[in-house]
Design a protein around this ligand. Structure first.
Ligand SMILES: [Zn+2]
Length: 257
């Protein structure tokens, strides 16, 4: 097991390695999550995102709920969970949801040798190739990114699909669905992290009830429910136009001098 903490215990060289390998990508994650949260607040956007599926029981129940509410969500699938559930993924894509990659075996990039998550990314995209293009969004398992995985994603031009609000549906103690709704309301929108792999009935009920309440919140408060890929497209275009505007201002100011 190669842990950032263990690297830090063996001297300055290891500390420098850990900083480049683990903490710089983590800092990048925090910056990107903040930018995403700000953008969602400004555009009053709400993204419902579900990780670790698909599953035979919960995913179809979710798809029914989303269809009845005419909401498009985003699913970050695990390659290993797709076998036997292909028709569920077909249905999700046919109904207009974003289908994206979460790797194959949910490899935590901070808790294993550096090359293992690279193989997991490749295997994940390969298993999902029917639905996800090679540059489709990627959500790192447990949100753990290293310099190696970041470079691998850059080389396939895959953007990272972060979340901004963790629903807490994997925490040891489940929060109430109402508390998740309150956090989304307070944030003025955002990207909510939920999970749709097979779990106990109370956890599946939590996911369904939280989804139902978030849909109601969006309808009541005029939040636009959108797929994460669409939000990131707009955020990227927004950033590009801000850069263009800045460079136009600089060249006008230079001409005036
Ligand atoms: Zn996950």
């Amino acid at each position: 097991m190669l842990m950032p903490y263990s690297l830090l215990t063996v001297g300055p060289l290891a500390a420098a390695l850990a900083a480049g390998m683990y903490f710089a990508p983590h800092k990048l994650r925090l910056m990107q999550q903040r930018a995403l949260a700000r953008f969602c607040k400004r555009t009053r956007s709400l993204v419902l995102s579900y990780d670790d599926g698909p599953s035979a029981v919960l995913t179809p129940r979710l798809l029914d709920l989303l269809r009845d509410s005419n909401i498009k969500a985003t699913f970050f699938l695990l390659g290993r969970n797709v076998a036997g559930h292909e028709s569920i993924v077909d249905r999700a894509q046919h109904e207009g949801h974003g289908i994206e990659c979460h790797g194959h075996d949910h490899t935590d990039a901070w808790k294993t040798a550096p090359w293992r998550p690279l193989r997991d990314i490749r295997k994940g995209y390969a298993a999902l190739e029917k639905w996800v293009p090679p540059h489709g969004l990627f959500r790192p398992p447990r949100g753990k990114l290293t310099l190696c995985t970041w470079l691998a994603l850059r080389s396939r031009r895959a953007r990272i699909g972060w979340w901004t609000i963790d629903s807490g549906d994997t925490h040891a103690t489940l929060p109430t669905p109402e508390s998740v709704v309150a956090r989304v309301l307070e944030s003025g929108g955002g990207v909510v992290l939920l999970h749709d792999h097979h779990r106990t009935e109370p956890r599946m009920r939590f996911v369904l009830e939280t989804t139902r309440l978030l849909v109601e919140l969006a309808q009541r408060n005029g939040l636009a429910t959108r797929r994460l890929g669409d939000v990131l497209d707009e955020l990227g275009a927004d950033h590009a136009s801000a850069v263009l505007q800045r460079s136009a201002c600089i060249s006008v100011n230079e001409r005036r001098r």
